[in-house]
Design a protein around this ligand. Structure first.
Ligand code: UP5
Ligand code: MG
Length: 219
């Protein structure tokens, strides 16, 4: 029907408007789970086989922290070390910019995996305020993994990752933040039937087999 509409109007709308009509609204899958649940690992595998762009909110924040001249660098650094959630004004601007830039380069890249966001009520409100009418949230991929497994994976990675929060002290805080702030957000989406839960405590390939089954069904 959208195509038919375009067919009818294309001869009398300016080409720039045509371009807007042809551009799809971003389609978003939120990817949530505890620290070390395997969100990043699975997102990397998804982009190899499916037409998704992976945006990790944590990676965007770490890049902003490292950017010369960033006004938020110090604040981000403190929040990450403390396992606290950065105010959404910062994160949402980074996410919006990344989505816009991706689609400006190639309008066919309208499917996004947003990894590690929204993590709390503030994040959710920020998303609703800024992005609700600009993007569609299809569902939440929830990587469900026990706290001990999560901590051990991050400690193991911490031997070489250089991440300032891959140490036991930060990890305990990250787990608390996850339990207190992020789980309620997952539960909220669950009430709306939007959560696809995967047992993420298994090996990478077993987890990915479940991810594939979900994406093959839901697109
Ligand atoms: N690994 C992965 N899968 C495995 C498996 N199935 N079996 C065995 N090992 C597995 O994996 C972690 C490690 O485990 C790796 O070594 C991997 O090889 C291995 P990874 O895929 O990186 O897990 P992930 O869930 O992505 O873990 P990550 O540490 O990135 O999760 P966090 O959610 O804690 O980190 P993030 O980078 O998203 O956020 C960091 C901080 O940024 C937050 O604590 C917060 O302070 C801040 N932040 C915000 O404030 N707002 C945001 O919106 C986002 C972040
Ligand atoms: Mg990650």
């Amino acid at each position: 029907m959208f195509g038919r509409l375009l067919g009818n109007v294309s001869h009398r709308v300016p080409s720039c408007l045509n371009q807007v009509l042809l551009t799809m609204k971003p389609q978003v899958v939120f990817v949530l789970g505890g620290p070390g649940a395997g969100k990043g690992t699975q997102c990397s595998k998804i982009v190899e086989s499916y037409n998704y762009t992976h945006l990790s909110a944590g990676d965007l924040l770490r890049a902003e922290r490292a950017r010369e001249g960033s006004e938020s660098g110090q604040l981000i650094d403190n929040f990450i070390k403390e396992g606290k959630i950065v105010p959404v004004e910062i994160t949402i601007n980074l996410l919006r910019k990344a989505i816009d830039e991706t689609m400006q380069k190639d309008e066919k890249k309208f499917r996004f995996l947003i990894d590690g966001f929204p993590r709390n009520e503030d994040n959710l409100q920020g998303w609703t305020r800024v992005m609700d009418d600009k993007a569609d949230v299809k569902f939440v991929l929830f990587f469900d993994c026990g706290n001990e497994v999560c901590i051990n994976r991050c400690l193991e990675r911490g031997k070489s990752s250089g991440r300032t929060d891959d140490n036991r002290e930060s990890l305990e805080k990250r787990i608390q933040t996850y339990l207190q702030s992020t789980r309620p957000i997952i539960e909220l989406y669950e009430k709306h039937g939007k959560v696809r839960t995967i047992d993420a405590s298994r090996c990478v390939d077993e987890v990915f087999a479940d991810v594939k089954a979900i994406l093959d069904k839901e697109g």
